[in-house]
Design a protein around this ligand. Structure first.
Ligand code: PLP
Length: 360
């Protein structure tokens, strides 16, 4: 068996220890004689898997008791619409701080139902920074303020949990959840699709403060109503059982590694190695303002775009794959989620140096 270092932005690498456990349990989970794929979601085995996953996530993120944790479907994209359905609460507008394409898409989805006010945006500068907090034009009557804590395409990340006062703060954490500790009490709602930093695609985590529930827009389908999802332990209908199970294994794995403080230290070390090299020479370049650079997704360009194909081909031969940048940005993008080992980043940097030496 040959494993590569996969720099995909998502679906992305999973920890080897978790894949091995999935393999070991694939035919017979815990003496049940069944795979988790084959189990009733209402049976005591899966109910215990689901409950343990929630508890481990609560432990990792230190989620206060007045927050519900939901395991939903539809990805972060479905949440772009579910959030206004649930959180408008009779109000007519929401604020968006846009630091990349995902935040812009979230604003568009809210605009179907209410007015989506762009409180700040770095679009005119090609999303190379998070707009400074002082420049945000927030409306005190907004239903919520939406941010994207890490913009996966542009490689722009909030360095801290922002303070927006009394209006509930909503964050799309799809691509940096569990990469560092978060002060959950600052947020009204946090959401994240699984396939970047948690599990296979198919399950979406929603962490929502209880007092925001129960005022869902009239005619919202029950399946999209957080209050109803919470009352039914995220099992109104069949949940994405297998993805939920793998998420639980990843949570246990992260706890064993020392939790989110340990992940934050390791992610700083990994991204620091790559940015340190990029900044030390002038063949490769990252356009993002240093304090807003993502520790998870590192876009970079080569001095000559004609060399992109050769770079990718050589990388693949060296076991470094999925480095092609997003079509809207070009160049390369290395995604360094929790499951990417330090050795993978070191191998990439070695390859980049070698490429400059031979082709630059
Ligand atoms: C990947 C991603 C999404 C979209 O996720 P889907 O599961 O495909 O809907 C949304 N927001 C961010 C920040 C992402 O990285």
């Amino acid at each position: 068996m040959k494993r590569v270092f996969n720099f995909s932005a998502g679906p992305a690498m999973l920890p080897m220890a978790v894949l091995e456990q999935v393999q070991a349990e694939l035919f017979d989970w815990n003496g049940s004689g069944m795979s988790v794929m084959e189990m009733s979601h209402r049976g005591k085995e899966f109910v215990s898997i689901a409950a343990a996953a929630e508890q481990d996530l609560r432990d990792l993120l230190n989620i206060p008791n007045n927050y519900k944790v939901l395991f939903m479907q539809g990805g972060a994209t479905a949440q772009f619409s579910f959030i206004p359905m649930n959180l408008l609460r009779g109000k007519t507008s929401a604020d968006f701080v846009v630091s990349g394409d995902w935040g812009k898409k979230a604003a568009k989805a809210t605009a179907q139902l209410a007015s989506a006010n762009i409180a700040a945006s770095s679009e005119a500068d090609k999303y190379t920074y998070v707009p400074d907090r002082a420049s945000w034009k927030l409306d005190p009557d907004a239903a919520f303020v939406h941010i994207t804590s890490n913009e996966t395409v542009h490689g722009v990340e909030f360095a801290q949990d922002p303070d927006v006062g009394a209006v509930p703060l909503v964050a799309d954490m799809s691509s940096n959840i569990l990469s560092r500790p978060v002060d959950v009490s600052r947020y009204g709602l946090i959401y994240a699709g699984a396939q970047k930093n948690i599990a296979p695609a198919g399950v979406t985590i929603v962490i929502v403060r209880e007092d925001l529930l129960g005022q869902t827009l009239a005619k919202t389908p029950g399946l999209f109503d957080y209050q109803k999802v919470a009352e039914n332990d995220s099992m109104i209908n069949t949940p994405p059982c297998f993805a939920w199970y793998v998420a639980g294994l990843v949570f246990k794995h992260l706890k064993k590694l020392g939790g989110l403080d340990a992940m934050a230290a390791e992610n700083a070390r990994k991204s620091g190695l790559l940015y340190g090299y990029i900044d030390s020479q002038d063949f490769y370049r990252n356009p993002v303002r240093p304090q807003d650079r993502s520790r998870m997704n590192v876009p970079f360009t080569l001095a000559h775009a004609e060399l992109d194909e050769a770079f990718l081909k050589g990388a693949k031969a060296a076991g470094l794959v999925t480095l092609k940048g997003h079509r809207s940005v070009g160049g390369m993008r290395a995604s360094l989620y929790n499951a990417m080992p330090y050795e993978g980043v070191a191998a990439l940097v070695d390859y980049m140096k070698e490429f400059v030496r031979t082709q630059g």
